[in-house]
Design a protein around this ligand. Structure first.
Ligand code: MN
Length: 271
């Protein structure tokens, strides 16, 4: 199996900084969406990615979840000691591939999706006020998309010294496409349209650039970031069972706890 990866980020049309960041350090792929006035957001997402990159490089992908906890601590400590970035935070959604196992670690409202057999499936839960309202049946996805408090997060890195990380594993196979993105993508393009774009048969790089262009064409209200990871068959691979095996196991949640409802941070929608 061969892995084709592409990633792209864009400032969008409204913001004057790009506070999103991504990391491609095979077999580790991460997106982060920073927040916090002036330069805080950029520092938060960069600090988180630097920390996670270093720890996973040193300790291997088995340390993914712990690396997210340490990234949280790094962002938290930095904002506590540097008045210029006080109060900054970041989302973080990361995956690491080991054979046919995809490990996911997730905090915030960035997203990981799995595209298989023509169907797009969201792997992560948004740790946001509207995300909780949708899960509780009090809001539709369409209403969430335009809700005035759609940016309010219930969990993010940097807000307290401890963090609850959603960590789980998903079995993957040849033919799968994995997409990581920030809310500047998922908030500007509906899931059904995302599915159509992923279905189009373009390669990872072309798909990334179509996604970013379409988010901008739809208004580009936020920074926008996408990572596409294609699991491609190679000569000599065992025949893939992908066609017959469209249904797949529920991701096994190793740890999932409710978000911290006390913390609702309003991110700057525009400068
Ligand atoms: Mn965003």
């Amino acid at each position: 199996m061969k892995i084709n990866v592409a990633a792209a980020t864009d400032i969008g049309l409204v913001r004057d900084h790009n506070e999103d960041a991504y990391l491609v350090q095979e077999p580790l792929y991460v997106v982060a969406d920073g927040m916090g006035g002036h330069l805080g957001g950029e520092v938060a997402s960069a600090t988180a990615l630097e920390t996670i990159a270093r720890i996973v490089a040193d300790e291997g992908i088995g340390a993914l979840t712990d690396a997210v906890r340490q990234a949280n601590r790094a962002v938290y400590d930095r904002q506590a000691t540097d008045v210029e970035v006080a109060g900054m935070g970041t989302t973080l959604t990361g995956v690491a591939m080991e054979g046919s196992k995809l490990s996911v670690a997730h905090v915030g409202d960035s997203r990981a999706y799995l595209f298989r057999g023509g169907k797009l499936r969201l792997l992560t839960q948004d740790h946001s006020l509207v995300g909780e309202m949708v899960r509780e049946g009090n809001l539709t996805e369409a209403q969430a998309r335009v809700h005035p408090r759609r940016s309010a997060l219930t969990r993010a890195l940097g807000i307290s010294g401890d963090i609850e990380v959603d960590a789980f594993e998903v079995p993957v196979q040849t033919g799968d496409r994995i997409m990581l993105c920030t809310d500047g993508l998922s908030g500007m393009i509906e899931d059904r349209r995302l599915q159509d774009i992923l279905k189009d048969g373009n390669g990872a790089a072309e798909t990334c650039s179509i996604l970013i262009s379409e988010a901008i064409a739809n208004g580009g209200l936020d920074n926008v970031t996408a990572v596409i990871i294609d699991l491609v068959a190679e000569e000599g691979d065992d025949p893939a069972s992908a066609e017959a095996d469209i249904a797949f196991a529920e991701p096994a949640l190793l740890s999932e706890q409710r978000g911290n409802r006390r913390w609702f941070k309003r991110r700057n929608r525009k400068q």
